[in-house]
Design a binder for this molecule. Structure first.
Ligand code: GRF
Length: 202
């Protein structure tokens, strides 16, 4: 399967995918990253792609007259690489109607909380502030809501008394990276069906 990965920051989830593919080989893992897209320049996620010799593209909201135009441009740039699956891994923008019209049903996102709890851009901070004793991460299909699409897999992470946001987020990311690698590989190798809120992987 051809993957386009969308990033906005450090790209450690992207790196986990690249490392797994390099270790297992494209045929065995079942997928390859054909391009990496971002909403901003100068982030480590793009450097990781460049180091791996993978094409990159950047679509900045401010380069477009409206959010909808940005969304259409992102969809167009993504479509140019003919992905089978789009992976939003730390991509900090909401994918809009045009993007979902083209890639809905084959776009997965990873979120650092146990959805439906703590959706949005501050899932780790919100969980910590709420005082939960366990949190975790969720890999789900993207729908037209914010972090509301059908859940594929989740991983649980204990919250420690001494945790601050970054310590807890780092511990979540350890689980998140391996969960994302496992899920993307399964989707790529076995295919899947989305039945309402359920995801079936044969
Ligand atoms: C991940 O925890 C992702 O779920 C969240 O931001 C983090 C991105 O990490 N949206 P990285 O850029 O993959 O290192």
């Amino acid at each position: 399967a051809r993957l386009v990965v969308l990033v906005s920051g450090s790209g450690t989830n992207l790196q986990a995918l690249l490392d797994a593919i390099a270790a297992e080989g494209v045929d065995s893992y079942g997928a390859e990253v054909v391009a990496v897209g971002a909403d901003r320049e100068g982030i480590e996620g793009l450097e990781r792609a460049e180091r791996a010799g993978i094409p990159t593209f950047v679509c900045r909201v401010k380069d477009h007259g409206s959010r909808a135009e940005w969304d259409a441009a992102l969809a167009e740039a993504t479509a140019g690489y003919e992905p089978d699956l789009v992976v939003s891994a730390g991509f900090m923008k909401i994918l809009g109607d045009e993007f979902l019209a083209r890639f809905g049903g084959r776009c997965v996102n990873t979120h650092p909380a146990l959805l439906p709890s703590f959706p949005g851009a501050h899932g780790v901070r919100d969980a910590l502030a709420h005082g939960v004793r366990v949190t975790g991460c969720t890999v789900h299909f993207v729908d037209d809501g914010v972090d509301t699409g059908p859940i594929i897999a989740q991983g649980v992470v204990e919250v420690r008394d001494e945790d601050d946001e970054s310590a807890l987020h780092e511990r979540i990311k350890e689980v998140e990276r391996s969960l994302l690698v496992e899920v993307v590989g399964r989707l790529a190798r076995h295919g899947y069906r989305i039945e309402g809120r359920k995801v079936r992987i044969p």
